[in-house]
Design a protein around this ligand. Structure first.
Ligand SMILES: [Zn+2]
Ligand SMILES: [Zn+2]
Length: 173
């Protein structure tokens, strides 16, 4: 009697064990994919934060590769888009039409260098944009929802270089 119970119970048990193990294998694979993309996204976010000055996708890629050497540019692009859609980072279109990324999603004004493409935040950021929004709303009657301020000029490095070159030319003549 006891033997019969055992022979009946065992195959069922095995089938269940196989089922359970294949489900958990599937879940483990899913978890692995999830952990990988979470890890990639976190590394990308940290790269943007460490690069400060509104990096391009290429700059983010080179920074992330220090930590994840096998990551592809396509993966970086894809994750940057996801982060922008999530509102975790902001995307800036710039003077040379190269997309740059900003970890600071609070509205603030930018200044871009027409020589090297570098972008800096304008300090104090809020008062300037708030003033524009306020006066624009007052003048037009619009409810202003978005304000994108971008100033252009020469960054201190490019300005120094240009001034030095100018001085050099003056000394020659
Ligand atoms: Zn510059
Ligand atoms: Zn910024």
């Amino acid at each position: 009697m006891e033997k019969r119970v055992l022979t009946v119970a065992s195959p069922l048990c095995i089938i269940r064990m196989i089922l359970v193990s294949s489900i958990s294998r599937g879940m483990a694979a899913m978890n692995r994919t999830q952990t990988r993309s979470t890890r990639q996204r976190r590394a990308i976010l940290e790269a943007i934060r460490s690069l400060h000055a509104h990096p391009t996708a290429d700059e983010v890629f080179f920074e992330v590769r220090k930590r994840l050497p096998r990551i592809s540019l396509g993966t970086v692009y894809r994750n940057l888009n996801v982060l922008v859609q999530q509102g975790t980072i902001a995307e800036l279109s710039t003077v040379e039409n190269v997309r740059r990324y900003d970890e600071d999603t609070v509205q603030h004004a930018h200044i871009a260098c027409t020589e090297c493409g570098r972008i800096s935040d304008v300090i104090p950021p809020s008062t300037a944009t708030e003033e524009i929004i306020r006066s624009a709303a007052q003048a037009t009657g619009y409810r202003v929802e978005k304000c994108h301020v971008e100033l252009t000029g020469l960054c201190p490095t490019c300005r120094n270089m240009q001034e030095q070159a100018q001085r050099g030319r003056e000394e020659v003549s």
